[in-house]
Design a protein around this ligand. Structure first.
Ligand code: KG4
Ligand code: ZN
Length: 353
């Protein structure tokens, strides 16, 4: 079975082709540069760019996989959460393709896509060793930061255990980078600079590191960096800049790793996963690995390219729905919010916000 995945929920236009083992035959991502000068995403510009790039990105993916639309067995498209206008562009493209090719089309929750990215394998990388169910996953991206328990591939088998009360971790990286004059997106550049910085050099707030909660808060540390910049000005020398990045990153990573291990203990699982754009962070990957080993847990991390937004993860999540015979041809619509349920300690589910 071959699945075409489409992703347009935010500022990446993606098209990918994945087979029924999770092997990625093509994975094309066009990142929008129009937002750089604004230091954040401008929704209207995002929709227009998806409209412009959707067709070319799709054709490139088909060409790279050396297949035509007729060879595809089903189409998967991100339908929530995200920017409504941006999501609509992808969903309309998917509906048109499904109608023209008489193939089923399924909507995919972007967050489920991130959580299942660990199941992808790429021909140019060592074979993946995917996690066994159930596992606990930390999903940390620009729009979301939460812990999930994953018991299966269907929506009802994924439950949120705790989430951020304010900013997402990636958002904090982006805002700190903006305060330091480092451009957007901030994660990769802060990651690179932090590598040679001293994480103990700058006293910053600790982001909600309380022992017993699975909730997060990153607005305090973001403000703490902004205050430091107000007081001292933007770092004039390279080493101070590296030290600020390292001090910020260390505190964020500490909290993320600590809560991942805590959630795994509470849920009594043996495997943990990290996912989302922030899972590309070098220090998070290293420290999560060390903490998991110490706690007797197995850590599974997606390849770098599968952490940030891409359509291969959407194709794989859609594949699991298509394999169950599901088809949203008549019902596909978009929503800015996830459909993943949260769960309270006592186990009674409630819908996420
Ligand atoms: O998953 P993603 O591509 O998009 C969303 O769904 O939000 O995540 C993008 C976020 C951005 O905030 C970006 O700064 C962050 O992931 N990011 C990183 C790194 N690479 C991307 N954060 C920390 N370290 C990185 N290496
Ligand atoms: Zn994402």
């Amino acid at each position: 079975m071959l699945v075409l995945g489409l992703e347009t929920s935010c500022d990446e236009t993606g098209a990918a082709i994945v087979d029924d083992t999770g092997r990625v035959l093509a994975d094309v991502v066009q990142s929008q540069v129009v937002h750089t000068e604004f230091g954040g995403i401008v929704p209207e510009l995002a929709s227009r760019d998806h409209l412009k790039n959707g067709g070319p990105v799709l054709h490139q993916a088909l060409a790279l996989a050396n297949v035509s639309l007729a060879d595809i067995d089903g189409i998967a498209v991100t339908c929530r959460p995200g920017l409504s206008g941006a999501l609509l562009v992808g969903v309309q493209l998917a509906r048109g393709l499904a109608w023209a090719s008489e193939k089923p089309v399924v909507g995919v929750d972007h967050l489920v896509g991130h959580l299942l990215a660990v199941f992808l394998s790429y021909p140019d990388l060592a074979p993946a060793d995917p996690p066994k169910l159930p596992f606990v996953a930390l999903l940390a991206s620009g729009g979301h930061t939460a812990l999930y328990r994953v018991d299966g591939f269907e929506l009802s088998a994924v439950r949120e255990l705790g989430a951020t009360r304010d900013d997402a971790a990636g958002e904090a990286f982006d805002k700190v980078a903006k305060a330091l004059g480092l451009g957007y997106p901030g994660g990769p550049v802060v990651d690179r600079l932090a590598k040679e910085g001293n994480p103990d050099a700058i006293p910053l707030a600790r982001p909600m590191s309380g022992k017993h909660t699975l909730e997060f808060s990153f607005s305090g540390i973001k403000t703490s960096v902004a205050r430091w910049v107000e007081a001292h000005g933007r770092p004039g020398d390279d080493q101070t800049l590296r030290d600020v990045c390292a001090s910020f990153q260390r505190r964020v990573v500490d909290t993320l790793v600590k809560k991942l291990v805590l959630a795994a203990r509470q849920e009594r699982v043996e495997t943990v996963v990290i996912a989302g754009g922030v899972a590309a962070n070098r220090e998070l990957r290293e420290r999560a690995h060390a903490a998991a080993t110490k706690a007797g847990l197995r850590l599974v991390v997606p390849p770098f390219r599968a952490c940030t937004d891409n359509a291969a993860m959407i194709a794989f999540a859609g594949l699991t729905r298509l394999q169950r015979g599901e088809d949203d041809s008549d019902t596909l619509s978009v929503s800015p919010k996830t459909a993943l349920a949260t769960v309270t300690r006592k186990g009674s589910g409630r819908r996420a916000g």
